[in-house]
Design a protein around this ligand. Sequence first.
Ligand code: ADP
Ligand code: MG
Length: 611
Amino acid sequence: MFELLKLTLREKKWVTLALLSTFGVALFTAIMMNLVQPVIDEMFKANPAAVSVSAAPASGAAAAETKVRVLDLLWKLLRIDRAGIKKALPLVLIIVIFGKGLFTFFSSFFMKAVGNKVVKKMRDDLYAHILSQSSGFFDRATTGDLMSRLTNDVDRIQQAVGTAMSDIFEESFVLIGLLLTLFLNDWKMALVAFVIAPLAVIPMAAFSRQLKKQGRKSQLKMSDIYNLIHETVTGNRIVKAFTMEGFELRKFLKASWRYYRINLKLAWVSSLSSPFMEFIGGVVGAFILVVGADRIAKNQISPGDFGVFVSTIFYMFTPIKRLSRANNVVQQAVACYDRVQEVLNMPQEIEDRPDAYPMPAIQGRVRFDRVGFAYLADRPVLFDVDFETKPRETVALVGLSGAGKTTIVNLIGRFYEATSGTITIDGNNIRDVTVASLRSQIGLVTQEIVLFNDTVRANIAYGLDDVPLERIVESAKAAECHEFITELPQGYDTVIGERGGILSVGQRQRLALARALLKDPPILILDEATSALDSESERLIQQALTRIMKNRTTFVVAHRMSTIRNADTILVIDGGRIVESGSHDELVRKPRGIYRKLHDLQFPEEEENGR
Ligand code: ADP
Ligand code: MG
């Protein structure tokens, strides 16, 4: 609640304007209520019947007549004498209502502007923060949950700040104006009314608490829904292939049902709160009628004064109702705000040290010194990994799936932080240099290709500014992409759809290779980068690959012997350890070595042919 208020108040200029307008609304509302008195007292004076109705003992008559009223100030200001009041009333009424409307417009507009501003900043911050999170964060986070926080939660906060906050400001001022009207008009009766009012406070607090609790639950259920949608949309082919539509639909319906249930509960609580408040108001009103009748009879107040009092009390319902409604919205938004803050307060796991320096141009001497790593505490996946590469060397990592090859290469670009040991490149500990300068010198092609919904050209030149088309074409040719790209409808300017939808997997991998080539990094990591290529395509780019690998330190995770045997060093990984290392010839000669076994298993005929 206070955080939301603080956020709102940060937009000083607009909030000040809104507050000023709100003050205007309150002022005009108060004047409007006070107008009831002359309407009743002056208008009815012409009608003798009405006067006789309120005829009172002469002794008290003077009291009501000589009462000093707020409106007297207005009449004096406008130089209207008592006789002129009746004539002036219609015009004054129109002006007052017009003024109230005008200020209502300004206060509403300015507060909505504040809401939009606050929320825009929050959404931008949130997105920037999410973007800068480490790989570990994305392993744990679900897309749906993040999306739901970025859209749904932020929207609710916008509602709260834009609409509810404006209501809270405006209606509180109006309420104060009305209260002042009440007390100035007849403070004794006002006191009586307010003995009963606190009754309303206790249930209101209970309502708020419920709303906050249910609001939080509701947002959680919404995240579930986003998650399910995301999963089935991105994985629609698998869902279809396994004919799991029914299963997924049932899962969705269940989540949807839970969301619906919580929202019904929310609706129940929030619908109850306003009639409840109204009822309390009614009780107060009934009380006033009894006391008021008595006071008029004793001529302590005029019928007009009583009119002001009663209409003010009834008019107070609106601000009270709006306040309680605004309170509902704000309470739900507080839940959303907490969810947004949860993400914003998440510490960056991988950050530049304060004294980090930019990585000098990399020669390519990568050294792992007793490196250990665990994705989850207590479940280490790498143990004492020790190796050193020479500049421009090709290192192949070989091992069964799950052995830890991807994990090892991910540590080089600091996508994850080694749990123990040190990693140095040309003698620079990678923790001492800035992350950006390190990663800008590393090219990465993974098995899972990431392409963006943009043109082929932009995808190849991703992360690079102002690359001439010739250079893009050059790398595309080297990666054997040029041919299929020119066959696309708009060639290099074809938009390739979300995640490269219109391309085959092999084509996507070649695009990713072209991207890495264009970057021309001193360290290149190919993590099963050619696994999706058929033998023909792989043969085609093999030459290009060999050429690419020559000028830089390359780590290649591959299963094909043709790629592996040409490597200068082969690291055989098993269970998170390096179990063998050496050149192809050395390793193949070990009769009981794992490498030999892998090799014989996969390529028995190659071995026999002695190729
Ligand atoms: P490889 O690339 O050799 O197939 P990985 O390096 O991907 O193997 O995985 C090594 C081990 O780490 C596996 O046991 C795997 O279950 C685990 N692992 C991989 N990625 C994660 C992750 N993001 N979170 C938790 N555990 C992981
Ligand atoms: Mg892997």
